[in-house]
Design a protein around this ligand. Structure first.
Ligand code: PXP
Length: 251
């Protein structure tokens, strides 16, 4: 049997709420510790260029105070590379970043960005950091990740999350095919963006996906049911979908 599907909890939006008032409350590091206790396998945090949510000291504290691996989301800039090399998180996920966007819109262009990305990936990997590329579920982007030497890809599920009906089915088929392709070409496959209680099960059922990164919905849901309960429910939906898929495959 394959290892259990991992859940990375993205705590960026705890910092968004903190920053709305300035000061120190609510503390994203407290959320990270709570997430770890509730069943998160890792903590994900995106240090954006404009520091609109997570700040430098949050990264330092999550890395040193939380007993779970940190997945550091970063743009491919010299500033972020320096920060990653200083803290040496377990993993770094390279994302595209546009100042005016509300959230990470679209995946990284691993083909067009080849020459720019290559030295970043090499330096992160040389420092022992596991590099992933946040890309669209497109086989040519996956092939480009291999040629860049990235061991991991995270498939962008944002479009799948936004669409409905047949269009959503079509996008889901793209994700499923990309995950299978990732496995064939030796990439570890993660997925994330826009996942909720309602749409997580089909993605969790793709057995070549080994990790989901989920943030905004969990932090929003925490307002109503608490973070512990939101994470436990997500965990159990993921685990059930994966167990059912594995059961169906072995039947
Ligand atoms: N994965 C990546 C690479 C992301 O940039 C984000 C958003 O920061 C997520 C996952 C989580 O997305 P969401 O907050 O919509 O769950």
């Amino acid at each position: 049997m394959k290892p259990k599907l991992r859940l990375g909890v993205n705590i960026d939006h705890v910092a968004t709420i903190r920053n709305a008032r300035g000061g120190v409350y609510p503390d994203p590091v407290r959320a990270a510790k709570l997430a770890a206790a509730a069943g998160a396998d890792g903590i994900t945090a995106h240090l954006r260029e404009d520091r609109r949510h997570i700040r430098d000291e949050d990264i330092q504290r999550i890395n040193s105070e939380v007993d779970k691996p940190l997945n550091f989301e970063m743009a491919a800039t010299a500033e972020m590379l320096d920060i990653a090399l200083k803290h040496k998180p377990h993993a770094a996920c390279i994302v595209p970043e546009k100042r005016e966007e509300q959230t990470t819109e679209g995946g990284l262009d691993a083909i067009g960005g080849h020459n720019h990305l290559k030295p970043f990936i090499r330096q992160l990997a040389d420092a022992g950091i596991r590099v992933s590329l946040f890309i669209e579920p497109d086989p040519i982007q996956l092939d480009a990740a291999v040629s860049l030497g990235a061991p991991v890809v995270e498939l962008h599920t944002g479009r799948y999350a936004e669409l409905e009906g047949v269009e959503q089915d079509t996008e889901f088929a793209r994700i499923e095919a990309a995950a299978a392709h990732a496995e064939t070409i030796g990439l570890e496959c993660h997925a994330g963006h826009g996942l909720t209680f309602d749409n997580v099960a089909p993605v969790a059922a793709i057995t070549s996906v080994v990790e989901l990164n989920i943030g905004h919905f969990l932090i929003g849901e925490a307002i109503f049911s608490g973070l512990d309960s939101a994470i436990r429910r997500m965990r159990s939906l993921m685990d059930k979908a994966r167990a059912d898929a594995e059961g169906a495959r072995s039947a």
